[in-house]
Write a protein of this length. Structure first.
Ligand code: ZN
Length: 546
């Protein structure tokens, strides 16, 4: 292999590797069986609870719900606790909460940790994921906690009723139960599917302290402030909404893959992924141990934007940094563009680069529309893009993967063909304009999501400038382009994968649109070289970039 071929392919190979590692890292940990140590969380043990709870649909007020309640009372007694049933004051509210309290070894009168999961299901299905999983996870995590040294702070266990109908259970707890005043922090467990990793997808406001603690508590953190903005735009709510309205500080955990089963007859115990249960349970137990050792009197601190990397680290910084950072990125963009113009690029080429990305988005829409017409023709799915109600099918993953890949290839092809003899670096700089503008708009309207566009832009622009200085197609230049593309690879690819699973075809247009944006971010990896290098040579003698 000659040097140029290595220079062409090595950074692409490295990019594929980093992307693959990022996607693999967010898979849930392997489930532990019945033989796991007593102090560990075991998905195998939790699954036994889950199978009992999700035998049949058990909506609020049903005879099945009564059976589930009796099972929960028995299980809490077996753990050595004294369960009680909360009946709301109003006879109009049929919710029946199941509660228990673990006394901590610390001084009395200090704030307690609330573990909360709703035990009712929808009438349409048995609710294995939503939310027998949350209840089973708490039962097994409390068992594992009590098998070790006792907690310092009190733990309140709340299995609430009626979440699927009107949040009657959690509302009754916050308004009427005496223990509500003792709560310092709440951890809520819920689900929107039956597989995938456990995501800490929502916090209460002023979350600086909570995020710092969460980052230290769990071994497999998976969280981003972006999910809060996405979640706000969706019609769903959970009990944490009720707790937040009651001014409680808290974290919300859920998994969202396998969403085809959500609120359907297919949400059965056999379909529940044990690895997912393990991840949700590990998060529960690790947070349970961590937070009960802390002082929970002051759980509020100024808000932060945050994101996990490789399910190992959590990056967090104050929300007040978001707007200045976005504006600084815009300034950096101006500098790089000016520097390129000084070095011989034209403003026209940069704007052409931005325009080509618009064309690429149109091409992606055309690909999606044809895919949809083909699917209708062969009757794979009756769903339509971006229309309520969402219809998830098991074909979603395949269709979205193929459509996103085709859209990415179309993007590269549009830049390489329509870009003609233009300066490649200038075209790439034009593509970055979209990223920078999106980062600035989001900093103003959805600040928790701005980082997602800002960090890839900062690194990408620096990588682009370095690559230009080093000659674009040399190994060192491509190495610089690769380093510049790292945040895009690490942040965007795992999120795209998550979107395939948890949003499905109903959100195909934004998903494929993001795939196009991502491709634009890695264009420097497939540079054709500069006009000045190739002037006077026929196009076919260009270095054979892939
Ligand atoms: Zn639920």
């Amino acid at each position: 292999m000659n040097h140029q071929r290595i220079a062409n392919w090595a950074p692409i190979g490295a990019a594929v590797l980093v992307g693959w590692i990022g996607i693999e890292a967010q898979k849930p940990p392997r489930a532990l069986g019945l033989d796991a140590p007593a102090t560990a969380f075991s998905a195998g043990r939790a699954q036994k609870h889950l199978a009992r709870i999700a035998q049949a649909p058990h909506p609020m007020g049903s005879a099945e719900a009564e059976k589930v309640r009796a099972y929960l009372v028995t299980q809490l007694k077996e753990l050595g606790l004294e369960p009680s049933i909360q009946t709301p004051y109003s006879s109009e509210n049929p919710a029946r909460n199941v509660l228990a309290r673990i006394r901590g070894t610390g001084p009395p009168g200090r704030k307690a940790l609330l573990l909360s999961a709703h035990y009712d299901s929808v009438a349409a299905g048995p609710g294995a994921g939503d939310n027998a999983s949350g209840v089973a996870v708490i039962l097994e995590a409390v068992r594992a906690l009590l098998a070790g040294p006792p907690p310092v702070r009190d733990v309140i266990v709340l299995f609430d009723d009626g979440e699927e109908i009107d949040f009657g259970g959690s509302i009754a707890f916050t308004r009427e139960h005496a223990w509500n005043n003792d709560v310092g922090v709440v951890l809520n467990f819920d689900a929107r599917g039956n597989s995938g990793p456990s995501v800490m997808f929502e916090t209460s406001d002023d979350n600086g302290w909570l995020i710092t603690q969460y980052a230290q508590a769990v071994s497999h953190p998976l969280a981003t402030s972006l999910s809060m903005d996405v979640y706000k735009a969706m019609p769903n709510d959970t009990d944490l909404t009720v707790y937040k309205q009651a001014n409680l500080a808290g974290l919300n955990f859920a998994f969202g893959a396998g969403v085809a089963a959500y609120h359907s007859p297919h949400d059965i115990p056999a379909a529940m992924d044990p690895d997912t249960l393990q991840h949700q349970g590990q998060n529960a137990l690790q947070c349970l141990r961590w937070f009960t050792a802390l002082d929970l009197e002051k759980p509020h601190a100024p808000g932060v934007t945050y994101f996990s990397l490789f399910s190992r680290f959590v990056v967090a910084y104050p929300m007040t940094f978001v707007l200045p950072l976005a504006l600084a990125t815009a300034a950096l963009y101006g500098l790089v563009a000016a520097w390129l113009v000084v070095r011989g690029s034209t403003l026209r080429e940069i704007l052409a680069g931005a325009g080509l990305l618009f064309l690429a988005q149109l091409a992606a829409l055309a690909i999606l529309t044809s895919a949809y017409m083909i699917m209708q023709g062969i009757n794979i799915t009756r769903s339509s893009f971006n229309q309520e109600p969402f219809h998830f099918s098991h074909h979603d993953l395949l269709i979205l993967s193929v459509a996103s890949t085709l859209a990415g290839l179309a993007t590269i092809s549009i830049y390489r063909r329509l870009g003609g003899m233009s300066d490649w670096t200038a075209l790439c700089a034009g593509a970055w304009l979209w990223w920078v503008v999106l980062g600035c708009i989001l900093a103003a309207i959805a600040p928790g999501s701005s980082y997602f566009f800002v960090w890839p832009s900062v690194f990408g622009l620096c990588g682009l400038a370095a690559s230009r200085k080093l000659g674009e197609t040399s190994l060192r230049a491509r190495g610089a382009a690769f380093l510049g593309s790292l945040p895009a690879l690490i942040l965007v690819l795992p999120l795209l994968r998550t979107m395939f699973d948890s949003l499905g075809l109903g959100m195909a247009a934004p998903i494929v649109g993001l795939a196009v944006l991502f491709t634009a971010a890695i264009l420097p990896l497939v540079s054709k070289g500069r006009v000045s290098q190739i002037a006077g040579l026929p196009a076919s003698t260009l270095t054979a970039a892939p």
